[in-house]
Design a protein around this ligand. Sequence first.
Ligand code: 5AD
Ligand code: SF4
Length: 452
Amino acid sequence: MTKNLFIKTYGCQMNVYDSDRMAGILKPLGFAPVDAPDQADMVILNTCHIREKAAEKVFSELGRIRQMRDARRAGGEDMVIGVAGCVAQAEGQEIVRRAPFVDIVFGPQSYHRLPEMVARAARAAGQPILETDLEADEKFDNLPTDTETTGPAAFLTVQEGCDKFCSFCVVPYTRGAEFSRPARDILAEAKRLLAAGVVEITLLGQNVNAWHGEAPDGADWSLGRLIRELAGLDGLRRLRYTTSHPLEMTSDLIAAHGEVPELMPYLHLPVQAGSNRILEAMNRRHDRDTYFRIIDRLRESRPDLALSGDFIVGFPGESEKDFLQTLNLVERVGYAQAYSFKYSPRPGTPASALELQVPEDEKSDRLQRLQDLLNRQQLAFNQATAGKTLDVLLERPGRRDGQLVGRSPYMQAVHVSAPAHRIGSVAPVRIVEGKANSLSGIIDGNMTGEAA
Ligand code: 5AD
Ligand code: SF4
């Protein structure tokens, strides 16, 4: 008998990938994904702990899920409730205390044990199970890698965890130490994705450019080398990778941007702040000039590279002068797109214990000013594509009938009129208009690159 599985995913792309793996490992137990929690036999919240707001959402959602379970129980059915992800890892005990009705609380390194936990939950009825081991090496060998989601673009985790310990960040505590998957496993997973019709792969890792792994011939490969190898696989049209740390941008990886046509001209390279004083307090291990030099070298290698970044405003001790340095850095680099956040103190991180926390209204004011600038840059970047022809990977139906949505090489969402059977192909699109968050265009002449 098929059982309904509902997984709600918060936060980063790695959580999206992990949710897919969880669905895969539960499939042999008879679970099939559904779109809503109310009729689910099992609900998993795959959570994010990066900022306080993200973490708090989990508890309110759990309240709603509990009501749904009560309703099901009243009708003679049941529901297993699981909390996965980084909140489970960091606040497992707290979840058990605040939401004792949860059946399973399990961190990112225990997903391969999910079937066993589900069986134990059935026996332990009413006793929450807590699994928050941080050893990474078993996980990948024991998770199915067949993707459960369909579509021409897929994620592939190559690296997990972080050893950088930026002073604001929970990731080294929730995802554990840096772990790179062996090249052989990555190549095998990529080949399976390509055989299933995927044409674009995004390599994932918290510190993806720190990836280095054993090659099939025993050598130690860097990410640049892996990218060259993946680019040669039959059927692969596009490669991307995210998220990177500036200090791991090796010469080999920078060169790959100029030499590997499949590697898309878009890079997410967070800098977080523009003031050397704040960068040091954040333990970023590089200054602003180092970041500028890396950007210059990347642009020499690939002149049309579009950049994206992450920024934090209001880090403890950040003065107006420091903040102006962030605005100045943004002006100098010019971003195609970026994410920016107010600093959020995270329990257990060194920065949360610092004095001189910046008042909330100051943070809001700085965030507004930074976002105004970033939005202007994004709009200008999008508008500059008007009149050009870009290769667009058509990914899914749009909101309107007869419309498809795809991605440009620079990660912009592009709306075009095209029939659904063109999903999965790369089409040359003449851009008619660039708006704040998307482009619209018309497919140019004949299609190139139709999936053979
Ligand atoms: N407060 C605000 N933003 C944070 N990030 C990470 N930790 C925090 C925090 N404590 C941001 C960083 C990171 C992105 C994923 O989230 O910008 O790159
Ligand atoms: Fe967090 Fe810094 Fe590691 Fe990125 S590099 S995951 S911001 S500790």
